[in-house]
Ligand binder design. Sequence first.
Ligand code: NAP
Length: 332
Amino acid sequence: MKTFRIAIAGFGGVGRATASLLLSRRARYCEIYDADVRLVAVCGSRSGVKSAYGLEKEQLSTLEDGLSGPAFIEESGADILIEAGPSDFRTGGPGLAYLRSSLSAGHDTIVISKGALVHRGRELRALAKGSGAILKLSGAAAAALPTIDLVEHNLKGCEVLEVEGILNATTNYLLEAMTTRGIGFEHALREAQLGGFAEADPRNDTEGWDTACKLLILANFGLGADLTMNDLTVEGIQSVSAERIEAWRGQGLVPKLVGRISRGNGAIRAEVGIRTYPLADPFANVRGRDKAIRIVTEAMGKTLAIGSGMEPLATAAAALKDLEHILAARMA
Ligand SMILES: NC(=O)c1ccc[n+]([C@@H]2O[C@H](COP(=O)([O-])OP(=O)(O)OC[C@H]3O[C@@H](n4cnc5c(N)ncnc54)[C@H](OP(=O)(O)O)[C@@H]3O)[C@@H](O)[C@H]2O)c1
């Protein structure tokens, strides 16, 4: 049996859910992959805990001050990193230093935050290639909704001609509330914030940046593009008026905030904006906080997936799906 030592950097809602799901699946890893998977370190911004023998559930509530940072993770002896810190696509966020350290050392790496992948994707790909580390990022590319995996596994070998995705749950929820109940953007947003479905500062979602990050990650890591945020046209939903919604309703159209990737003249283009769909289109029926993706390939035609996992468990499960791909590859 081979031992795999896992560290988690970023120990908020998603990091904790990932740790707890990983511990509950240890017997599965043993049985299916003949792998002894140990969680050897976790850390937040200022504190952490490690054990070479593997942390148990009770130890995850006793983080010690001062144990954090890429050096702490390296010292833990981890050979796989799961990075779940805050996302900042303008700077790469704290995740960038962890990812550089892990990939340079040749450690397989699972990324959940989007910031570093958007800001320094090319560099991180090169680091992984240079060191032979496997870099997986389902959690950063719409998590419970399969996106990269659809392209890499289910549509393997096909040429992707077009991708359309409803990739942000908050904007889908808001647009649906505006469309079905005739309320304005501000009203829908206040309700969503009170219900915990929208952030206190919702601009990352409502202005389309979260969708743009996921789209850019899919384009660059899934389709081999080399786009930066400056290459994308990004429109949000913040200026959609009740009058516009009413006009669409009158025409039997449902608005969605959609990220779209297309190929033309050998180049890949990506844009985020409102698109409208007739009621018979499956995209018109993606409800509430669900997400969806439609991929058109030259050989397999249209493939559609709709995801509706509960967060943060679904994101943790997406990261651990990546872990199983790594276990399978390393045990082959
Ligand atoms: N929530 C979801 O369902 C979801 C879905 C898909 C992707 N994501 C992505 O997953 C990531 C985590 O989300 P979350 O909801 O768990 O956020 P969160 O609850 O705010 O947790 C963020 C964690 O990162 C830690 N952190 C900050 N700076 C750090 C540093 N320098 N080193 C180590 N840890 C650091 C924080 O530490 P302290 O506790 O010490 O502040 C906190 O534990 C985000 O990038 C998010 O975009 C989330």
